[in-house]
Write a protein that binds this ligand. Structure first.
Ligand SMILES: Cc1cc2nc3c(=O)[nH]c(=O)nc-3n(C[C@H](O)[C@H](O)[C@H](O)COP(=O)(O)OP(=O)(O)OC[C@H]3O[C@@H](n4cnc5c(N)ncnc54)[C@H](O)[C@@H]3O)c2cc1C
Length: 383
């Protein structure tokens, strides 16, 4: 028997679950196929940063619009997702860092956004009393914050299911074929699913699905690492990053320090396993101690590493397929897709139910990777 739906979503990360929720809210019959379990990959294990701060200009508008959904996340999914808007600060350690941050704030203001702000030494110390004495200021978004990633992803899945989404875990897409005007998905189990529209939200594996429908996209694999320490008395509210170091640093509700920032381990997409690179992990620890001297000697309790897709320009692919009708892509979030999860689901639902969106997604479609006419000139002729 073939299961019929209006939309089949591939991938039960935050983006797949958010798309499912928004589509179900608009009355679509949705089947979501997740090869392992909801939140198994990046969406369940990320740093939980809800950040509009220092976004690529192509995604600032979408990220800022996304904060509207984060502010009413409980209404949207029936759980507050442990979201706290304590702010995010990018620390400046030198005058050169301050100049860089000032240029950045000017760029953002020039685009018509007001959310990023420069702060000096005194305000930094008021907000972050434990910061190292050499730090001279920062660059802040006061109502950014952090949430619990696994809890958030499960909350989206739960609400989607309660709205009628047929969410199937342990069900991986094996093949995607045309069947008249529809798509036929054959799962690894042999079960078959049919719908006019398929959403590709398969994270690090999304490039394989894009290739099945004839879309070319150059994706790399990221393997960002995280670590968590023993519990400490509360000393930090905002999430900290740094202009000149790879660091994300926050204190959880439980008192542990959760440290990341993009140092890379090793990921194998085939086995879906990752390996810690301890030399790189040590760099994250050194960065944390440099900015927070009280971290010296604090014990690490665990570390982990995720698998994620990264595009060449570090900006996601969100939009229709170029090669095929009835395919919507939502992937390539390149290390910063958690904050975008709630709003990107609304974009996907707009594209499918209204044929377009008013949300600012120009610059995120697959078109940007297609060769321009000049690039088609053979190399020899170009000299
Ligand atoms: C360590 C780490 C820290 C991060 N920190 C932050 C942060 O602080 N803030 C932020 O905004 N972002 C952060 N990110 C990025 C963020 O986690 C990701 O951008 C986001 O979770 C991507 O969600 P997704 O739904 O696209 O992908 P995923 O969560 O990877 O979900 C894709 C799903 O598709 C499934 N799948 C794949 N192939 C198939 C198939 N053939 N059939 C069925 N299912 C399939 C997979 O099993 C997987 O569950 C971080 C990432 C990592 C790894």
């Amino acid at each position: 028997m073939t299961v019929e739906a209006d939309v089949i979503i591939v991938g039960g990360g935050l983006h797949g679950c958010s798309s499912a929720l928004h589509l179900a809210q608009r009355g679509q019959r949705v089947v979501l196929l997740e090869r392992r379990h909801v939140g198994r990959h990046s969406s369940g294990i990320n740093a939980g940063g809800v950040r509009t701060l220092n976004r690529d200009p192509a995604e600032i508008g979408l990220s800022v619009a996304g904060m509207e959904l984060w502010r009413r996340i409980e209404e949207l999914v029936g759980d507050d997702c442990a979201f706290h808007a304590h702010g995010q600060i990018r620390i400046c350690e030198t005058e050169a860092d301050m100049e860089k941050s000032a240029r950045r704030v000017a760029l953002v203001r020039g685009m018509g956004f007001q959310h990023e702000e420069l702060i000096g030494r005194d305000e930094l110390r008021r907000l972050v009393p434990a910061i190292a004495p050499h730090c001279v200021g920062g660059h802040i978004v006061r109502d950014d914050g952090a949430a619990d990633p696994y809890r958030t992803t499960l909350a989206f899945a739960r609400r989607a299911r309660s709205l009628g989404v047929d969410l199937r875990e342990g069900e991986g897409l094996a093949r995607l074929d045309r069947a008249g005007g529809d798509w036929l998905v054959v799962a690894e189990s042999g079960r078959r699913y049919r719908a006019p529209v398929v959403v590709n939200a398969a994270g690090a594996w999304a490039g394989d699905i894009a290739a099945m429908v004839g879309d070319r996209v150059d994706l790399r694999v990221r393997a960002s690492m995280m670590m968590a320490t023993e519990r400490m008395p509360r000393f930090l509210d905002p999430v900290i990053s740094a202009v000149s170091r790879k660091l994300s640093f926050k204190q959880s509700d439980a008192g542990t320090l959760v440290i990341g920032g993009g140092q890379q381990g090793v990921a194998d997409r085939t086995t879906e396993r990752t390996r810690i690179n301890f030399a790189n992990l040590a760099r994250s620890a050194e960065a944390a101690i440099a900015l927070f001297p009280l971290m010296q000697g604090v014990r690490l309790v665990r570390s982990w590493c995720g698998i994620e897709a990264e595009t060449v320009d570090h900006v996601p692919v969100l939009g229709r397929s170029i090669a095929a009708e009835g395919i919507v892509h939502s992937f390539g979030y390149s290390g910063h897709g958690f904050q975008l999860g709630p709003i990107c689901g609304a974009v996907v639902a707009d594209l499918i139910t209204r044929g377009g969106t008013n949300l600012p997604v120009a610059g995120l479609s697959l078109d940007r990777f297609q060769p321009r006419p000049a690039e088609d000139v053979p190399v020899a002729a170009a000299h």
